[in-house]
Design a protein around this ligand. Structure first.
Ligand code: FA5
Length: 349
């Protein structure tokens, strides 16, 4: 393009702007601004074409272009002022005493509330919060937790793998439980250690009223000299009483998790029927609700983290946060926690 053609084009853009701004009824100034002055506006594109014009002719053309821009901006500002989009409010009929437009107030999601309540309960017991990654390697999610490769216990947690490999050449995965933070915490810190970690976990499972493929867990870990099962029982009982009231009872049933020995499922007395009413739909008449997995940390796990099992012992427990939320808020179907239906959320905040 040469200088003459460029000047003609500038003149055409200015004319087109003048026609547009004078239209009746008045056009929207924001639209005009975008069309002519926006990053891809007519004037902006023309100014960009200047680079193709020889340097010695470019300077006066640039000045012309900038003058056109200043003029357009001034005229647009005038139009905005007339439309009441900027400048002082002058409307005489504006009544500042009228009530405002209602502004709906948000609230925390029931899962966040539950996580906060669980966190408070752990903090009161002297635990500090630990962290761990959601995308994890095989070692921290399984192997260091005493799940050897190909061990049948791995079938307990169907896993999502990620198309990336760790340093050992194994596929990374989405963590199946928060127990990976046990290993991460012990690797980062010498004993004694007393930590908890709430967070998201993932399993390749079908969704129903009490299962989801992504859900939340909270993990507790305490290692010191001489920690015993009695400490675990007291801690879990105190924790559950803090959340559900002092009337609840807890009991331990033997169970298997590779990373604890002995291992247990912890039940809590049913908070709905209180004593196992025949027809209670929540405890199915048993009077007990399964709340978490727990146990004494397996010596192999301590060894993997370079803690001497002859010197240190400890306990761990892990619970599903959705389960707690459902019991705390009387929610019968886990899916309600993920649908974000305001009719539900307004009742449970
Ligand atoms: C574990 O995940 C162990 N890591 C817990 C543990 C920690 C045991 C420390 C011992 C010591 P489990 O697979 O049972 O265990 O899951 C624990 C809780 O997560 C369950 O009680 C349940 O509340 C919740 N949960 C498990 N699978 C799902 C699912 N698909 N959807 C929602 N919640 C689930």
């Amino acid at each position: 393009m040469n200088a003459t053609v460029w000047k003609e084009k500038l003149s055409a853009v200015r004319d087109s702007f003048s026609v547009s701004i004078a239209q009746k009824p008045a056009v929207n100034p924001e639209e005009l601004e975008l069309r002519f002055l926006g990053r891809k506006g007519e004037l902006a594109l023309l100014l960009r074409d200047l680079k193709d014009i020889p340097l010695e002719e470019r300077k006066p053309l640039g000045a012309l272009g900038n003058a056109a821009k200043t003029e357009m901006e001034a005229r647009l500002a005038g139009l905005k002022g007339a439309a009441g989009l900027s400048g002082p409010v002058v409307k005489a009929d504006l009544d500042l005493t009228l009530p405002g437009v209602p502004f709906p107030k948000g609230s925390l999601h029931p899962l966040t509330h539950t996580m906060n309540r669980l966190t408070e309960a752990f903090l009161k017991l002297g635990f500090t919060m630990a962290d761990g990654p959601l995308v994890e390697d095989d070692y921290h999610n399984f192997e260091a937790l005493n799940f050897p490769p190909y061990h049948p216990a791995r079938d307990m947690q169907d896993t999502f793998y990620v198309d990336l490999k760790d340093a050992a050449g194994k596929e990374l995965l989405l963590r199946t439980h928060t127990s990976n933070t046990q290993i991460r915490a012990m690797e980062n810190q010498d004993p004694p250690i007393r930590v908890f970690h709430p967070g998201r976990v993932f399993r390749n499972e079908a969704v129903d009223a009490s299962h989801s493929f992504t859900f939340h867990q909270i993990e507790g870990l305490y290692i010191d000299a001489g920690v015993s099962m009695a400490d675990l029982k007291w801690t879990v009982d105190t924790f559950m009483k803090d959340l559900f009231g002092t009337a609840v009872k807890t009991r331990f049933n033997p169970s298997y998790f590779p990373f604890v020995e002995p291992g247990a499922e912890v039940d809590m007395s049913c908070v709905f029927c209180k004593a196992g009413g025949d027809r209670c739909p929540v405890c199915k008449g048993t009077g007990w609700l399964e709340m978490m997995g727990a146990g004494m940390v397996h010596p192999n796990v301590l060894k993997a983290c370079k803690y001497d099992p002859a010197k240190w012992s400890g306990f761990a427990f892990g619970a599903g946060i959705e389960r707690f939320a459902m019991l705390l808020y009387g929610i019968s179907d886990m899916r309600m926690l993920y649908e974000n239906d305001l009719r539900v959320l307004k009742q449970v905040h």
